[in-house]
Design a protein around this ligand. Sequence first.
Ligand code: DMJ
Length: 590
Amino acid sequence: MVSTLSLSLVFLHLALQSFCYGECAFNIFRYPLTRVERKYASISENERLRLKEDTRDMFYFGYDSYMKYAYPKDELNPIYCSGRGPDYDNPSNININDILGDYSLTLIDALDTLAILGDAEEFRKAVKLVIENVSFDKNSTVQVFEANIRLLGALLSAHLLIQDENKPFGDLEPEWYDGELLEMASDLASRFLPAFDNSKTGLPYPRVNLREGVPEGSRTDTCTAGAGSLLVEFGVLSRLIGDPVYEMSARRANKVLWKLRNSKTGLLGNVVDVNTGKWVGELSGVGAGLDSFYEYLLKAYILFGHPEDFSMFNETYTLIKQYMRRGRPHCNSGSGDHPLYVNVDMKNGGTQTTWIDSLQAAFAGIQVLAGDMEEAICTHALYYTIWRKYGVLPERFNWQRISPDVMFYPLRPEFVESTYLLYQATRNPFYLHVGRDILTSLNNLTKAQCGYATIHSVLDMTLEDRMESFFLSETCKYLYLLFDVDNPVNLNSQRYMFTTEGHILPLAPWLRQQTWDTDLFSSVDPVMQANISQANPWENCSLSSQRETTPGVYLERVSGVNTSAAQSETRPHGGSGSDQPGCYCRPHSN
Ligand code: DMJ
């Protein structure tokens, strides 16, 4: 790993220049500058503006082609210039059917990117098309997680942008607008509720049929991110319409996952059964299957301000660093391999795989939000090295064999996202250069006849005829925002937060107002509690941080139990990872 990835050291050093100015142990910019240092040290204003315009062109090439060849279908086939909808003939084709539902997905997902590009006219036109033509009353069985982040998040974001009286993106409001997008959001979310109602633990079934609810014989295994990344959108919807049921359902799912953490390590697995609460996949990592669960603990706190979400994030983040981080302890000094986060066994923290996946590239962005800047720079540098090697990120990269394990690249945004967030946080022109590399390789490697195409294999750069909706909603958006330094989002960055699908939401005081006692809604009913306890008899071990933040009050409020009595019966729990004061537990009797 050291030799091939040693390039990441160079990138790391370059990236640390402005961040560590005057503080870090080393400074590699000694004059005269080398050729590489000269390249990364600055970027001309003309070049930045050219990159911004090129990114704009990239978006419109994809968007206009979608509108011309694919709309009202869900996605564009960018090679054969046609549209794609659900595969109704083959219900088991979940690669397609989990996401596409015959609801003009790409158009809805792209709404706030149009606003961010300053195209108020096209935004209003698109809003009209959505309101007049899209219905969620469809016989489509889709993933709750995907429909939540791509559709619900997009509808809420567009509605809130329209409602913003300051109009930072121009006049987005069609004159006849009367909250129709919010009504659609509410209708869509109501179709998700059977996923929660039908489960024995409170964790949502992974899929619902939009018309019929949870299909007979539906699979009960869900990834952790799928069950635990709903709180941002559900919380905003609940607060907008004054109905706590959505926030309650999402909070309860998070609470259940929290109770299911491994008693020894405190880690979560990547797949869980919604009826038994048993872990089906015991892999713990920061990429596929778990990524947005961590992200939404932090983002829910940023948005709604509940200390409990922050405690959960902090506790989890500490454990991630404790169990998953490998390599030298300090990123920019000392000896050893470049740090990376590996996938581990949730039961003991042992390394389980020798690959990292491209979704993990978003973790650097989470580290920026968490304020762990040196580590964010370090994480990002590793992915940049891999990006440079292939021109894109393979879906999985084997860090032991230094080669891809899974070859495709479906135009994912994660690496662009963390590049943008790092530039916002550091203002280091290094990241503009990274953005230029990304833009260049997307144009060189993925541009097809009428849009941008998924790379089938990073080894031979063959293409697949698919442009996922997140290309317009995230990849193009983050790249544009990276170069458009004067964009209203960047000038008021303290006023906005991105969902995991890149939709912007306002950080507004009204979202932080307590309209109901959310703690009460996070309780789990007795039947569900019994199921969870069976799955994890040591569940209370993992509640230490909640008890510490609201000592004695939390459990009394949700269950009526006098917690001081309950706590006096506890005994110390001796697993590693549970050495914080106050982590006492006893097993439940079954
Ligand atoms: C997007 O839909 C979201 O970013 C999600 O959180 C993860 N996967 C895709 C993009 O890769």
